[in-house]
Design a protein around this ligand. Structure first.
Ligand code: C5J
Length: 224
């Protein structure tokens, strides 16, 4: 057990029971010309998470930490896409429609895949999730339990949507979540700030927040 400097107080980290969870670092959210961009978002606000997440991912792999990736998306026949989710936003081009990188948020399409900078290694579980939370309608809980994981180091996008939803789901299931501040991103700077503040408020109501440097130092020391 080692204490990681975090807010609202030190995170008692047990690497043997922890996993790095990287949420939805998909081309359609992060790449210029993808779904996020055609909705008018500035993907640079998400792309600034790539460098620190890559460094953290490398440290996690070298120290033997479990690594799990998620992707938001749907079956090609859209049978797992709730009509309410499809209709939301009244988008001219939305989920399931032809987009710049294939059908938007459909499994198997180029835009649905994880960005090359953070591509999963063989053996790293990839959880395909139809919702915002990574526990909803997935086997993530079973995968974590089978690995003996009770602590999650959380990275990914977007801070206020899939990251926050997943952390809240995890918290209710008894997992301890440390959200890595510079490895989560939002298209909206105010949501980035509030998304992190909501997690660590009230004595860490949903979890802890720390910069990647605090975690990398600990992982590097472990690997040495
Ligand atoms: C969104 C996500 N924002 N991964 N998805 O629709 O946060």
């Amino acid at each position: 057990m080692v204490s990681i400097a975090a807010e609202p107080y030190g995170f008692e980290f047990d690497p043997a029971r922890a996993a790095l969870l990287i949420i939805d670092m998909q081309r359609d959210f992060l790449e210029p010309g993808g779904f996020g961009a055609i909705l008018g978002n500035d993907v640079a606000l998400l792309r600034r998470t790539i460098g620190p997440t890559r460094t953290l991912l490398q440290a996690a792999r070298e120290s033997g930490l479990a690594v799990i990736h998620t992707r938001e998306g749907h079956r090609p026949d859209l049978s797992d896409l709730p009509p309410a989710k499809k209709a939301r936003g009244k988008l001219a081009v939305g989920i399931g429609d032809a987009g710049p990188m294939g059908r938007i948020l459909v499994r198997g399409e180029a835009g649905h895949d994880i960005i090359p900078e953070l591509y999963p290694l063989p053996g790293e579980p990839v959880i395909d999730k139809p919702g915002k939370g990574a526990f909803h309608a997935t086997d993530l809980d079973a995968v974590l339990k089978n690995l003996g994981v009770t602590q999650l180091l959380v990275c990914g996008v977007t801070t206020e949507v899939c990251v926050n939803t997943t952390v809240r789901e995890a918290n209710d299931r008894g997992y301890e979540c440390l959200v890595i501040a510079d490895c989560v991103g939002s298209y909206f700077p105010e949501f980035q700030e509030m998304g992190l503040r909501m997690i660590k408020a009230q004595g860490g109501i949903f979890g802890w927040v720390a910069p990647s440097a605090s975690v990398i130092g600990v992982l590097t020391a472990k690997a040495a």
